[in-house]
Design a protein around this ligand. Sequence first.
Ligand code: ADP
Ligand code: MG
Length: 257
Amino acid sequence: MNRTAEPLVVVDHLCKSFEDGEVLNNVSLTIREGDLVSVIGPSGCGKSTFLRCLNCLEIMDSGSLTVCGLTLTRTGQEKGYDRRTLDTAHEIRKEVGMVFQSFTLFPHKTVLENVMLAPRVVKGEPPEQAEDNAVRLLKKVGLGDFIRRYPSTLSGGQTQRAAIARALAMNPRVMLYDEPTSALDPELVGEVLQVMRDLDGEGMTQIIVTHEMRFARDASDYIVFMDRGEIVELDDGDVLFTSPKNDRTREFLRHLV
Ligand code: ADP
Ligand code: MG
């Protein structure tokens, strides 16, 4: 754990409801630069919604969120979203890359074109610069020989690695992954997890919702256990898996084996 590093993401009393009721209830969490944090918990407990709030794909109802020094604060009394909120959400989104369980690449573009697209269109990067960067990132995720391929010719593991390269192409300070290996055949899981380990070695800040308990335990600086919209427990993997303090954590871990 990078206890001396700067907090890069600070979540304070974040609440979020949908029509059917509250999904996140007073979630607070500080993530430091270079941390690799795994988020675990039962289906429907709010993990995806939490990640989507960090990325401002959803805007919380109340609480505050600071990402890379950009702070969004809401009291829960606001009607709709004012310009400042939307602008801050937009700025935060630029700092955060996200990879989904099965968010396919654009099928009619090559792997290289997929990775170049957002830097070209959103940032207006010159083609040579976008291409050089995309090639570098695709080599980094082990796809140097696949840049001219079309997505339909890739395995699931290769597709997810390309999706990671595509997110990295926007030069995020934080990477979020929502069950990035859940849709993969078991033999392809390791190659995707290895990319996250490599990025961790380079100091990338990463938050991963995962069911890969071995990875969570071995690779994470710490693990967050969520249940029913709350962070129930947060600890080093070895501590959380061997001596969880909370009954709900114990119950969840008991059902894994
Ligand atoms: P998890 O990722 O832990 O499985 P989710 O964050 O996807 O949990 O969902 C938590 C709860 O919020 C679920 O009850 C889900 O039905 C509800 N939910 C998630 N997104 C929406 C949405 N856009 N509209 C309404 N309800 C939602
Ligand atoms: Mg989910």
